[in-house]
Design a protein around this ligand. Sequence first.
Ligand code: SAH
Length: 223
Amino acid sequence: MKNGFDKHRGIGMTSQRTRDRMVVRLQEEGIRDQRVLAAISRTPRHLFVDEALATRAYEDTALPIGFGQTISQPYVVARMTEVVVTGPPPKKVLELGTGCGYQTAILAQLAEQVFSIERIGELSRRANEALRELNLSNVVLRVGDGWQGWPEQAPFDAIVVTAAPEKVPPALLEQLAEGGRLVIPVGEEQDRQRLLHITRSGNDFEEEMLDWVSFVPLVKESR
Ligand code: SAH
């Protein structure tokens, strides 16, 4: 365990026991990957939400993080992470929608390097602070529009999108490595999208629907 984690173990409603209860719930809901469960168990989610909401940090629900955005529900974070870490651990992961950085922190413990893009500067700044508190130094954050991916760092073994476009942005498919996996919520509705898992083999993209989910929209910047 990295020492940054020890410092933030929490007490009462933010304690290790509370986190472990959440992990048991996730297991009951079908999360099986032990590496994912271990990362969730050790990561102080309360560090990623406003202090006023810290006591609710281990409920299995999305919570507001300001600017009309939310921290994803733990079950959804676990499910998306489980999909991308199946098989050999990914070296390079791209995340779109850093938000508060919680999903980023989980990915950073399971991949060699994580690149994450967020369009709201203040959220990215706060995420950076929380990630530093945990000494997670294998993360590179960038403020900007994720729609075009991060061509300079491509290809990626996995891409995790935590905001919902109406259609899969083509740049993301192009930036997947051979055998790479993309997990992305897609749909035109506000509160209900299809969570897709797309795997690349050559120029074929195999698509599997995982679940119905509810994400904030992936904003398309005017250009
Ligand atoms: N990953 C976060 C959830 C973030 S919510 C977690 O772990 O909880 C989705 C985030 O996507 C928001 O912060 C929103 O500002 C961001 N976002 C929306 N459209 C975007 C775009 N085009 N490029 C980059 N970030 C975007």
